[in-house]
Each structure stands twice: as C-alpha cells, then as structure tokens.
Ligand binder design. Structure first.
Ligand code: T5A
Length: 213
C-alpha cells in the first residue's frame, strides 16, 4: 500500500523544523515507517541546488531561474527519494513542497500561477501531498524567531511585504482546498501548537483508516 505524503509549510521561522520532530514522534508512536526530508534539497544533487538558491549573492537571481531551480531540485528529490519511499509504503514528511513555490514564487515574486501549475504537472504528474500543515504566524514574529538562529539566507533578506504576500498565498491555497490543508496558529506556545498538530494528524489518520476499511 502507498504511504502517505505529509508536507509542512509556512513563512520564515514559523517552527517547521521544531515541529517535524514532534510529527516524527507521533509516527513512531503509531508504528508507521516514515522518511523525513526537505525542499529545496533531500538528495545530494538537490542539496547542491538548495545551496545555490539560498546563498546570498551580488548577482540578482531572475525569477524564472529561481522557479526552474526549485522544480529541478524537486524532480530529483521525487525520483530518488519521495516516490520510492511512498511506493515502499513509507509515509513521507517533507519540510516544504510545491505549496512553497506557489506562495514564494507565485504570490511573493508575482510569477504566473498557470506556469507553476504546468511545471507542477510536468514534474509531479498526479502526485500531490495527502496532508499539508500550514503553520501560520504574523511575518514579523517569524522573522524575529528565525533571526535568533542564523545569518539571513537570500530569501530571509527580502522585505516584510514580500513575506506578507507569501503568507497570504498560503492562506489562499488553504481556503481553496480545506480537505487537504490544516492551518495551525503558530503564534501560540509550542505546547499549544503541538496540540493542534496532534489533532490534525489524528483526524487525518482516522480518515485514512476509514478509507482502508
Ligand atoms: N522556498 C522553498 C521557495 O521559495 N520555494 C520553494 O518551492 C521552496 C521549497 C528555504 C527557503 O526556500 C524558499 C522558502 C525559504 O525561504 P527553509 O530553510 O525550509 O526554506 O525555510 P525557513 O523558513 O528559513 O526555515 P527555518 O528553518 O528558518 O524555520 P522553521 O524551520 O520554520 O523554524 P524553526 O523550527 O527553526 O523555529 C525557529 C525558532 O523559533 C522557535 C524555535 O525554537 C527556533 O528558535 N520556535 C518557537 N518559539 C516560540 N513559540 C513557538 N511556538 C515556537 N516554535 C518554534
């Protein structure tokens, strides 16, 4: 049986990395075999593409280059890691996926959503996440949390208005497809955020079990 594909999304510093550890514990408690990965990245080649994308540089990266690099890394990641794991029945937990492309390149950069949809179809065929958790937080709080940790990457150097558009992008996508998305208020305490994630995972798990029965 195919594994389930769970993605976790949000603007900068929303707590994706922190909460993926919580999701891993939940999967272990349920005795579900899983693989945890991230985008951009997830294979040696895709990690090299990630470095190219995140490294601050003096040369301006044109929007089309950025978009194609995202999908180039994704094609490699899907072929080598995600699809083989799902086919083997493992669940895959991925830190960001194509919703990030719609949010950052589509809403943030203003790129054509139809073009993104074409590339999505080309690279993913029918594959879409089964569940997407969107950690939602006012942009300034997320940037403040992220700033405590590391020097800003190329995206983190963007203006707040860019991330406001990205956040709006995530919320728009969630509003269009309530079945697949769970929007979590990530401005709350970690315990409260994890209680909300736990509830979304349990709902999803119950629905999956009902489909099997
Ligand atoms: N990108 C990606 C695109 O533009 N298009 C695409 O298609 C894709 C796939 C890299 C960049 O790539 C772009 C988007 C990104 O800019 P990334 O490294 O995954 O992606 O993104 P970041 O958002 O930079 O990831 P971070 O690792 O910075 O943030 P996290 O993982 O969301 O946050 P985390 O868990 O490290 O938490 C940040 C801090 O907050 C604290 C944590 O302890 C930590 O110190 N924290 C909380 N504090 C208080 N209360 C809570 N509830 C907290 N939760 C966490």
């Amino acid at each position: 049986m195919q594994g389930k594909f769970i993605t976790i999304e949000g603007t900068e510093g929303v707590g994706k990395t922190t909460n993926i550890a919580f999701i891993q514990d939940w999967l272990s408690d349920k005795n579900i075999g899983f693989l945890s990965t991230r985008e951009p990245g997830g294979t040696p080649l895709a990690e090299e593409i990630r470095s190219l994308l995140l490294m601050p540089r003096t040369e301006t990266v044109c929007d089309t280059t950025e978009l194609l690099l995202m999908f180039a890394g994704r094609a490699q990641h899907l072929d080598k890691v995600v699809i083989p794991a799902l086919d083997a029945g493992q669940w895959v937990v991925c830190d960001r996926f194509t919703d990030a492309t719609y949010a950052y390149q589509g809403f943030g950069r203003g790129m054509d959503k139809t073009l993104i949809a074409h590339l999505e179809q080309l690279v993913q065929k029918e594959l879409r996440p089964d569940l997407t958790l969107i950690l939602d937080i006012p942009v300034e709080i997320g940037l403040h949390r992220a700033s405590k940790r590391s020097t800003p990457d190329r995206f983190e150097q963007e203006q707040v208005s860019f991330f406001d558009r990205v956040r709006e992008g995530y919320l728009c996508r969630a509003a269009e497809n309530l079945d697949r998305y769970a929007v979590i208020d990530a401005s709350k305490t970690l315990d409260e955020v994890q209680a909300a994630i736990h509830s979304a995972l349990e709902d999803f798990y119950l629905q999956s079990q009902r489909k099997i029965d």
